[in-house]
Design a protein around this ligand. Structure first.
Ligand SMILES: Nc1ncnc2c1ncn2[C@@H]1O[C@H](COP(=O)(O)OP(=O)(O)O)[C@@H](O)[C@H]1O
Ligand SMILES: C[C@@](O)(CCOP(=O)(O)O)CC(=O)O
Ligand SMILES: [Mg+2]
Length: 399
C-alpha cells in the first residue's frame, strides 16, 4: 500500500510535582523540555518493515509476509481500535509476544521499544488491505530511561509518524511552513495512541508523559484531564542525570505494591503529594499575576523538599539522588527527583538571584560525582511535523 514519507518530533518532560501519585488519580504538574525525539518514516519497496533505533543500538527488520499472519482473525477488532483506541488489544499483544519471544515480565530496553513499535505498526496498518513496506528511524536527544519521558516522546513520535504515513491524520504542512502541528482532534488521537505505547512500555502509565509529549508546554494533569497552565512565571531549572539506570515499569509497580500492603500509611502520602501539586500551582499563578517574590521562591523550595521526602517514603529514592539533594542544599539550592526516580534525573530550582558562581560550583561538584548536569530551558512545543530540510543536520545524520 502507498504510504507518505514523514518527519516528526516530540519533546521530553520534567515533572515538577506529582510523579507516582498521578498514577493513583492525584494531580501532577509537568513541563516540556527543549530536548526532543525525532522520527523519520520512509516508504520502501523491499517488502520489509525496518526499524533503526541508534540510541539503543537496535536495527531490525521483518518480512511483511511473516507479520501478516499475526493479524489473522484480528481485523474486525482492529477496525474498532483504529477509531476508538482506548484499550490495548490483548490478543494482538499476546501474538506479538509469542512471535518476538518477549516475555510478559520483560523490562529489557530493546524488547519494550520493539514491542511498542510492532504493536502500533500492526494496529495502524492492520486494518488496510495490506501491510506497508517502510523504514522507521528514531533518534533522541533525551537520555533513555532517566525520568525525562523518553518513552513517551518515543511513543508520541511513533503514533504521529505512523498515523500520518497511513493518512489517518492530515498533513498539516503548507508549502510556506517548515514545521506545523495537527488539529486539536488529531493531536488527541496521537495522544491516545501514544498512551497505548506507554501501556506496553510502562505497564500502568498515568498518561501525563504522553500528554506533555503531545501538547508540550506547562500542564496540570489529573485523572486524564489535561489543563494547560498559561499563567506561570519563567522558572530556571538545573537538570542532573545521576546516570543510575532504572525502569519506570518496575518502580511504578513497586509503589502499587506498597500502597496495597500499607493502604492506611500510603494513601495520606499520596493525598499530601496532591496538596503539594495544588499549592505549587497556586503559588505559580500568584507569581505570574503579582510578580515573583522571595517568599514565593521560599514556598516553592519547601514544597520541593516535602515532595522529595514523600517520594523516599514511596520507595523510589536512591543514594545518588540523596547526593544530589545534599550537594545542592549545601549551597542553598533545593532538589527533588523527577520522573520515576530510583536513580535517573533530578531537578534543582534556581532562584533569579542565584549567583552564576554558585551554579558553577554546584555543577562542578555534581560532575565530580559522575553526574551530567545542565541548565535547561522548559516549555518547548509539543509534537510537530517537519519538511525534511528543516530538520537539524544532526538529526538527518542520525536517522
Ligand atoms: N530513542 C529511543 N529509541 C528506542 N527506544 C526508546 C527511545 N527512548 C525511549 N525508548 C524506550 O523507552 C524505554 C524507557 O522508558 P522509561 O523506563 O519509561 O524511562 P523514561 O521514559 O523516563 O526515559 C526504553 O527502555 C525504550 O524501550
Ligand atoms: C512515575 C510516573 O509518574 C512518571 C514516569 O516518568 P518517566 O517514565 O520516569 O519519565 C509514571 C506515570 O505517570 O505514568
Ligand atoms: Mg517513561
Amino acid at each position: 500500500m502507498h504510504t507518505r514519507d514523514c518527519y516528526v518530533s516530540a519533546p521530553g518532560k520534567a515533572i515538577l510535582h506529582g510523579e507516582h501519585a498521578v498514577v493513583h488519580g492525584k494531580v501532577a504538574l509537568a513541563v516540556s523540555l527543549n530536548l526532543r525525539t525525532y522520527l523519520r518514516l520512509q516508504s520502501t519497496s523491499n517488502g520489509k518493515v525496518c526499524i533503526n533505533l541508534p540510541n539503543i543500538d537496535t536495527f531490525l527488520s521483518w518480512e511483511i509476509t511473516a507479520l501478516q499472519p499475526l493479524l489473522d482473525g484480528c481485523r474486525d477488532c482492529l477496525a474498532k481500535h483504529v477509531v476508538l483506541k482506548q484499550e490495548l488489544d490483548d490478543d494482538l499483544l499476546k501474538r506479538l509476544r509469542a512471535f518476538t519471544g518477549i516475555a510478559d515480565a520483560s523490562t529489557d530496553t530493546r524488547s519494550m521499544a520493539v514491542l511498542a513499535f510492532l504493536y502500533m505498526y500492526l494496529s495502524v496498518f492492520g486494518e488496510a488491505k495490506s501491510l506497508a513496506s517502510i523504514t522507521v528511524s528514531v533518534w533522541s536527544e533525551l537520555p533513555t530511561g532517566a525520568g525525562l519521558g523518553s518513552s513517551a516522546a518515543y511513543n508520541v513520535c511513533l503514533a504521529a509518524g505512523l498515523l500520518s504515513a497511513r493518512g489517518i491524520t492530515s498533513s498539516p504542512l503548507t508549502p510556506q511552513q517548515d514545521s506545523a502541528r495537527w488539529s486539536k482532534e488529531e493531536m488527541e488521537q496521537i495522544n491516545r495512541w501514544a498512551f497505548m505505547g506507554e501501556k506496553i512500555i510502562h505497564g500502568n502509565p498515568s498518561g501525563v508523559d504522553n500528554a506533555v509529549g503531545t501538547w508540550g508546554c506547562f500542564l496540570r494533569y489529573h485523572d486524564g484531564k489535561i489543563t494547560p497552565l498559561d499563567r506561570v512565571p519563567v522558572l530556571r531549572i538545573l537538570l542532573t542525570n545521576t546516570k543510575v539506570p532504572r525502569s519506570t515499569k518496575v518502580l511504578v509497580s513497586g509503589v502499587k505494591d506498597k500502597i496495597n500492603k500499607f493502604p492506611a500509611v500510603m494513601k495520606p502520602v499520596l493525598e499530601s503529594v496532591d496538596a503539594v501539586s495544588c499549592t505549587c500551582e497556586q503559588t505559580l499563578t500568584e507569581m505570574s499575576a503579582r510578580g515573583p517574590s522571595a517568599e514565593h521562591y521560599n514556598i516553592l523550595e519547601e514544597l520541593i523538599d516535602i515532595n522529595q521526602h514523600h517520594l523516599n517514603v514511596m520507595g523510589v529514592g536512591h543514594s545518588s539522588l540523596d547526593t544530589l539533594c545534599k550537594i545542592s542544599l549545601a549551597r542553598g539550592l533545593h532538589s527533588k527527583l523527577t520522573g520515576a526516580g530510583g536513580g535517573g534525573c533530578g531537578i534543582t530550582l534556581l532562584r533569579p538571584e542565584t549567583d552564576a558562581s554558585v551554579i558553577q560550583s554546584t555543577v562542578a561538584e555534581l560532575q565530580a560525582c559522575g553526574f551530567d548536569c545542565w541548565e535547561t530551558s522548559i516549555g518547548g512545543p509539543g509534537a510537530q511535523k517537519y519538511k525534511k530540510w528543516s530538520l537539524p543536520k544532526q538529526v538527518l545524520k542520525c536517522c
